[in-house]
Design a protein around this ligand. Structure first.
Ligand code: UDX
Length: 453
């Protein structure tokens, strides 16, 4: 009995190898560490998050696999995740066996294994060792529901309703208001059947005892209820995770802090921040249309242009031209920004975003209204919710041209409509604060989850 009490309890967490998935997993790990658990993070060598001196209490280990570095780029994220799962299925199980032996030898016990919904191969391995396991969904509840619905639609009618050009793009999907067929989380990187193959796996909960989800009841109550019914395991909405615990930077790219100095010189709510996350790509033509529209909107803007985010390889020749166009007193370009700090800055009045789920939560938690330009998968549904449900965003659809950019920026930064969105965004910010505090829904959900460990 005494020996049992003396044993330390460790949580093993397995993030998917992408910025938007690593960050929430580290945030969750930090929360569990604060609750007294020891932490091991198992990562692939792809997009390996190097914690340097931060998070020195965490153990970081590498999952053995031999995929070539180029696979992620060549296959695109969806196909890559399917290949990674096939590759890791047995090697992870073998590695886990050795890891458990080590833990036993130092008298530690694994309280549970938490894996990203896209690292579904973990479930098969932990089942072998009868370890408690929990899924972390780093996307919205609505996105999870959409994936379910896509699998059902596919089983009933095949690819027809899901394919681009099938004629139903503008129709609302039954019982999923305001999601249209074109807002379903199909990928810009892979054909629909590949997405469906992946979603079937991510919707399978297997032996998982519960699912943690980085969302908040007040944002997605109906999708959460839908999920709770469909999944038959407890679902714990405990987000926004970044509001629950503060975490050192988790960026895979170096954050350029100089933009904060630039923001310090701007008036309150006078700057539009532009960032399209870690995966979106733009055509060179779109970049110049965007630049023209921004310049003629007469607003200040801080623009993140990630290396390799422009499809055209000739971009390096044009970069100087672009910088000349925008880098006046009005514009500032960086390769990667400290985004949470930027969104919390009083000078930032709006966020032009691809609507990745982390960016969406980060913007909502600072009361910053958004211009929504989704690129792929869940971003489309998030944009739709921002515009039609929470009413704190404007979606720019169709071909990107300078007039549309200028109009969208002015609607949000200058017009009365933008002011009303700001008021709604600030009210949501307060609701999110309440959710993570003492009696709030996320706080209670987290306590409920911890009691299960
Ligand atoms: C991906 C998917 O695209 C997204 O739709 C899904 O919800 C999660 O995985 P990503 O495209 O990178 O993520 O977008 P997002 O979820 O917004 O995550 C990006 C993260 O990078 C955010 O936490 C953001 O704060 C951070 N970031 C982005 C920076 O720190 N600096 C930047 O300059 C840009």
């Amino acid at each position: 009995m005494e020996e049992k009490l003396a044993r330390k309890r460790r949580v093993l967490l397995v993030p998917a190898p992408a910025q938007g998935h690593i960050t929430p997993m580290i945030q969750l790990a930090t929360i569990l560490h604060l609750k007294g658990f020891s932490i091991t993070i198992a990562q692939t060598k792809f997009n390996y998050f190097n914690p340097s001196n931060n998070l020195s209490d965490f153990q970081f280990v590498t999952i053995p696999e031999n995929l070539p570095e180029s696979d992620l780029k060549n296959l695109g994220p969806g196909r890559f995740m399917i290949k990674l799962a096939k590759e890791c299925c047995f090697s992870f199980e073998k590695w886990l066996g050795l890891f458990l032996l080590q833990q036993q030898s130092i008298n530690e016990e694994i309280a549970c294994v938490i894996y990203d919904e896209f690292m579904y191969f973990v479930e098969a391995a932990v089942k072998e060792y009868k370890l408690p396991n929990v899924i972390l969904s780093t996307t919205s509840a609505t996105s999870f529901v959409c994936r379910f619905v896509m699998c059902k639609l596919y089983a009933k009618d095949g690819l027809a309703p899901l394919k681009e050009g099938g004629g139903r793009e503008e129709e609302l999907v039954p019982e999923l208001y305001p999601i249209r067929y074109k807002d379903l989380p199909t990928s810009a990187f892979a054909p629909v059947d590949c997405s469906v193959e992946l979603f079937k796996k991510t919707c399978y909960t297997g032996t998982a005892s519960s699912m943690i989800i980085n969302t908040v009841r007040c944002l997605e109550i109906s999708s959460l209820e839908w999920l709770q019914q469909e999944l038959e395991i407890p679902v714990y909405p405990i987000g926004p995770l970044h509001m629950v615990a503060s975490v050192p930077p988790t960026s895979l790219l170096e954050e350029n802090e100089s933009c904060i100095g630039w923001l310090n010189k701007r008036k309150p709510s006078s700057v539009i921040y532009i960032s399209l996350g870690s995966m979106s790509l733009m055509e060179i033509k779109e970049v110049f249309e965007m630049a023209s529209g921004l310049v003629s909107s007469n607003q200040h803007f801080l623009w993140v242009i990630r290396p390799e985010s422009i499809r055209d390889s000739k971009f390096s020749n044009d970069e100087e031209l672009l910088r000349k166009m925008v880098t006046s007193d009005r514009g500032y370009i960086v390769k990667w920004a400290p985004q949470k700090q930027v969104l919390a800055h009083s000078a930032v009045g709006a966020f032009w975003s691809h609507c990745g789920w982390n960016s969406t939560l980060e913007s909502l938690s600072e009361g910053v209204p958004m211009i929504c330009r989704p690129f792929t998968t869940d971003q489309k549904g998030n944009a739709r919710y921002l515009e039609c449900v929470w009413k704190v965003g404007i979606q720019v659809e169709g071909e990107l041209e300078r007039g549309a950019v200028e109009r969208a920026v002015k609607r949000l930064m200058v017009d009365e409509e933008g002011h009303e969105m700001k008021v709604r965004a600030l009210s949501l910010k307060e609701k999110l604060k309440v959710s993570v505090s003492g009696e709030g829904s996320s706080h209670k959900s987290l306590d409920d989850f911890i009691r299960t460990l």
